[in-house]
Write a protein that binds this ligand. Sequence first.
Ligand SMILES: [Zn+2]
Length: 461
Amino acid sequence: MATRGGALTRALTAFDSFREHLAQLVAIPSTSQDPGHVADVHRYLAGGIQPWLERMGFTVEIHPNPIPGFGPILFAERLEGADGPTVLSYGHGDTVRGLDEQWRSGLSPWTLIEEGDRWYGRGTADNKGQHALNLTALEAVLAERGGALGFNLKLVLETSEERGSTGLREFVARHADRLGADVLIASDGPRVAPEVPTIATGTRGTYHFDLVVDLRPGGVHSGHWGGLTADPAVVLSHAIGSVADRHGKILVRDWLPPNGLSAGVRAVLDGCPVGGGGEAADIDPDWGEPGLTAAEKIYGWTSFIVLSLLSGRPENPVNAVAPNARAHCQIRYTVDADPSGFVPALRRHLDEQGFPEVRIENASVRMPASRTDPGHPWVRWTVGSMQRSLGKPVQVIPNSSGGLPGDVFVDFLGVPLVWIPHSYNGCKQHGPDEHLLIGPAREGLAAFDGIWWDLGEPGTP
Ligand SMILES: [Zn+2]
């Protein structure tokens, strides 16, 4: 007889061969950030994923991106009828660039290498390892149920996520009638700590802008002019210093959630750990908004980050007062802050602080924020399912600290968002030495096995 326990045993057995399978997927250098790999991106979908899905009974289509020049989007569905719920899942088959020469010796982006409790390789964490785990769990449930699921499953796998999910919004809008579902359940990003199973019910948004001080057509002699004419690097540094203080507290207060942390967000984050950065970075307890916990800072608040800062030519300094200075800045924000007010608030602030010459350029939302109420029935149902499978508490957060295109699915499909990340903060996605932790991966497989199983049982919301 098919049982939940039987499905779990099958999934954990499959974990032994999962590494080999993931290694094949990692070996396809499907970076979307390098035009030389356009064919690899397509090969990932058509060669790496499509045959696997078809073996599981999915109908698979690979659509060109609605925006010319961006990667294709795979849509797959496996429909059993109207009785069970319909679930939409999501992942991305593209990765950031390999950065081959920056990986530590013995490692390389397109080869999966196991060391200790880690699988190294580009995409192991972001996002190949995550969607492949979920599909491996699905395979186990299908086998246990004799080729049936008891629910309907749709999957969108895009390949321009690392270029801002360009085209996904248009694709989902165009196919909204076919993508309709009761809930989105998908995986990307980090758990709050490696050992803590996590559900994120949304994502923070990302907003980008440049701060520019451009004072003259070219550099002028630093002996004859230094001390006489304004130095754009000094002016820009002070302007940035007026945006955030010495300890990272944001001073443009109109960027923050206008009513502070809501009681709901505070409650769900009460006791939430933040950890597991490993050698990647340390939490500086005095950095950021005073009085907030680490979890409140990255899951409930606004962050300001200077992504790059340039004046003159650092690789070849000359004795000149530079003509200009430029910073590329980012704001991470939750649904509680309104991005349409970011630039007006910054302009007012810079003028008040005496920086009328500092220009704000190229300002725009890259990924909007999104959030499903952490108390939503589908969230509570998923927490219950995961706790049954894993035998330990699940931490719910009102949104992931990073960005994901959840807003697209909310806007056009109205689905609640249940993100179940399998990675951790120290995984070095987007840098050299990206890796997936084996322990959380194994738990993620078990969690999804239980979720896929329970979706075919009575008692779904
Ligand atoms: Zn990424």
